[in-house]
Design a protein around this ligand. Structure first.
Ligand code: GAP
Length: 491
């Protein structure tokens, strides 16, 4: 097992043991692609959303929204999701394993891919040979060549005939590729008939587009301005993978910025930088963050330009957030399908037009995973391994833990008093079980930035020790100044 994959397994196990994340419906064997957030996880999740909300809406030019998950079915026809929101899928006839055609190469070793390419080179001729040679001569690695062959309708069935199933190893037993729509379908009302079919939203963005003029009219905003929303989204992913990375139910934090058409390049750059800065401000390691621009032939149906903010997860670089120039695609489509004008009237220039949109679209659960991975550290302290989650204090689920050094001499009473005073301002935790060193370790694993200990000196001068998680340094603070001390450090 690779060292990095090992780290991921340790994080998944810690996440369960400490109550960050549990498998959904675990007692029934779990539900694939769905996860539940436990006591610490829900705090982390809420803190991430709260910080995003503050960064995105505590400004003059962005308004908030909370649209319904269920929307009129025409929305998804207009948006292109009914037609385009599909992934190509194949099944192994032998073991019934199901794969996304476009990510099959991720499940095969480099050696295996090399072997397939060599065998294929010896088999193809005619039109197939021409397309194959063109791909083979491209300056890309073998996995990318294999992906390009799978993307080609002329070649993919033939290459699958000589490809082994990553699960059972059987060669050439794949079904032909089929398109699979990722939207979950359900029915409105008691009768399950086609006219009543509706979808669980696969992105929160459409709730913003259909409310564009409502929000603009009510808030009297002028371009450029944005609408932000946090909410659940659902995708019936063919393969879920890597813990919280690709799930079937997840949350998005999206902001749509409405602009004059000519300003799109400027605001695309602006939001790219703003969003990257946010991850860094939240303490993420800068070297583990990068932009990945989408090549033109891989752009989503609505996008003119797109870039991802990627994080280097233990399994490699992965997208956390997408920034898209969606042009006037969505509003134009809603105008066409609803028959209602989606034009904005500029009262200075007296122009009427459909605004362009720059979208920032981040996944909350992917962020939880990235923040967990980034915070995870194993350190050697006095010959022992200390596991510590070094969350930014703003994201830490518990801000401070309060301990009496011993359970006598009036220390528990003072510690309980401190806990009570802090609790109405901060999420705090009281612990009087075991040696104080053990209590520190437990809080390090929770990611708690401060531990407060009431000790013998407290009885004399009313000061307590405040131990900082990352440096493990301790300072003495008067108990009446504790709240101010902590609030200053939590900024
Ligand atoms: N409105 C645009 C949109 O939805 P996207 O790139 O498909 O764009 C945006 O998704 C973000 O949503 C991704 O960067 C990711 O963080 C999150 N996301 C998408 N699919 C996901 C899934 N199956 N599981 C978890 N997060 C997902």
């Amino acid at each position: 097992m690779g060292k990095q994959q090992n780290v991921l397994e340790k994080i998944v196990s810690l996440a369960k043991r400490k109550g960050f994340v549990f498998q959904s419906s675990e007692i029934y064997g779990g539900l694939n692609g769905c996860w539940d957030y436990g006591p610490l996880g829900v705090e982390l999740l809420r803190n991430i959303k709260e910080e995003w909300w503050k960064a995105m809406t505590f400004r003059e030019d962005v308004e908030g929204l909370d649209a319904a998950i269920l929307m009129h079915p025409k929305v998804w026809e207009a948006s292109g999701h009914v037609e385009n929101f599909t992934d190509p899928m194949i099944d192994c006839k032998q073991c019934k394993a199901r794969y996304r055609l476009d990510t099959l190469s991720e499940q095969l070793s480099e050696k295996k891919i090399g072997k397939i390419l060599n065998e294929f080179a010896g088999n193809v001729s005619g039109d197939q040979g021409k397309v194959f040679n063109e791909i083979y001569e491209r300056d890309i690695d073998p996995a990318e060549k294999f992906e390009a062959i799978l993307e080609s309708e002329l070649l993919n069935t033939s290459v699958l005939e000589i490809t082994n199933c990553p699960n059972c190893g059987t060669k050439g037993e794949f079904t032909s590729p089929r398109s699979f729509n990722l939207m979950f379908k359900t029915f409105l009302g008691p009768v399950e008939k086609t006219e009543n079919a509706i979808f669980l939203r696969p992105e929160t963005a459409q709730g913003i587009y259909v409310n564009f003029l409502n929000v603009q009219g009510a808030s009297r905003q002028k371009l450029p301005f944005g609408i932000a929303q946090i909410g659940k989204a659902f995708r019936n992913e063919i393969n879920t993978k890597n813990f919280l990375f690709r799930t079937r139910e997840f949350e998005q934090m999206e902001m749509q910025y409405f602009i004059h058409p000519g300003d799109d390049a400027k605001y695309f750059e602006y939001w790219k930088e703003e969003r990257m800065k946010w991850y860094k401000d939240m303490g993420m390691t800068p070297e583990k963050l990068r932009f990945h621009d989408h090549p033109e032939d891989k752009l989503a149906h609505y996008a003119k330009v797109a870039t991802d903010i990627e994080y280097e997860f233990p399994f490699g670089w992965g997208e956390m957030e997408g920034i898209h120039n969606r042009t006037n695609y969505d509003l134009s489509k809603h105008e066409e399908y609803s028959g209602k004008s989606q034009k904005y009237f500029d009262d200075e220039t007296k122009e009427k037009f459909i605004p362009f949109i720059i979208e920032t679209s981040g996944g909350v659960s992917r962020s939880v995973m990235a923040f967990l991975v980034d915070a995870y550290n194993e350190e050697e302290v006095n010959g022992e391994t200390r596991v510590v989650l070094k969350f930014h204090p703003k994201l830490a689920p518990i801000k401070a833990a309060v301990f009496p050094l011993v359970n006598k001499d009036g220390m528990p009473e003072i510690a309980r008093g401190i806990e009570k005073d802090l609790r109405s301002h901060l999420r705090v935790f009281y612990d009087d079980k075991g040696a104080v060193g053990r209590r520190y370790r437990r809080q390090d694993e929770n990611g708690t930035p401060f531990c407060i200990t009431v000790d013998t000196q407290t009885l004399e001068d009313q000061t307590v020790t405040v131990r900082e998680r990352d440096s493990m340094e301790q300072v003495r603070v008067h108990k009446d100044e504790l709240l101010t001390h902590l609030l200053n450090r939590l900024k």
